[in-house]
Design a protein around this ligand. Structure first.
Ligand code: ADP
Length: 197
């Protein structure tokens, strides 16, 4: 079960992603978390990316693809993973596909968590006020939403064309959304098993 988890910032991907991954015993790979960890560690990569993160822009495709590929090569990510925050560009999606193809694998399902614009803005502004993350200021929130619309949204069409896209309503309690996601995953797994047998 190789899951790509898509959705705009603020839709609840992080919360749901870690729950789903735990439930499926899959590696939860959040590129945002990985990058923030690098910054915290003060690594070379961290130094390179900290201002980009704070500005709400995307780090370079080459850098993130290399990070993700090395993470995916670890033992726990060989059969089951949930990717959260990657891919974010068509280039990254194609890089992921060719990486997986070399292992005779492909993405099982791309789940798109959706919510209306007002709800997203409300959540992001609440988070910005609570001063959670360095990139959660009102200015960078707007920037991150822009980046999502321009660079990441095209992935919806990309996975739709491959017949892998599933949309899930992200509005509701954490438990309600979780149940919806599990239902969609159940259906996708049985569908992919019946086509591969
Ligand atoms: P959000 O909650 O806004 O979706 P994330 O926690 O996933 O944000 O990522 C935080 C930041 O890390 C992004 O704004 C971006 O600067 C960087 N980042 C994360 N994943 C990627 C990626 N796949 N490609 C480029 N930059 C990324």
């Amino acid at each position: 079960m190789l899951i790509v988890f898509l959705g705009p910032p603020g839709v609840g991907k992080g919360t749901q992603g870690s729950r789903i991954a735990t439930h499926l015993k899959a590696a939860h790979i959040s590129t945002g978390d990985m990058l923030r960890q690098q910054v915290e560690d003060g690594s070379e990569i961290g130094k390179k990316v900290s201002s980009i993160l704070e500005a709400g822009k995307l780090v370079s495709d080459d850098l993130i693809v290399e990070l993700v590929e090395s993470r995916l090569s670890q033992e726990d990510a060989k059969e089951r993973f949930l990717l959260d925050g990657f891919p974010r560009t068509i280039f990254q999606a194609e890089a992921l596909d060719s990486f997986l193809a070399k292992r005779n694998q492909e993405v099982t399902v791309a789940m798109l968590l959706v919510a209306d614009k007002e709800e997203i803005l409300r959540r992001l502004m609440a988070r910005a006020k609570a001063e959670g993350r360095a990139d959660d200021t009102p200015e960078t929130v707007a920037q991150r939403l822009d980046v999502y619309h321009n660079q990441t949204k095209p992935l919806v069409g990309y996975y739709e064309q491959l017949g892998k896209l599933q949309r899930v309503d992200g509005v509701g309690t954490i438990g309600e959304v979780f149940d919806r996601l599990l239902k969609v995953l159940d259906e996708s797994t049985s569908a992919s098993e019946s086509t591969s047998s």
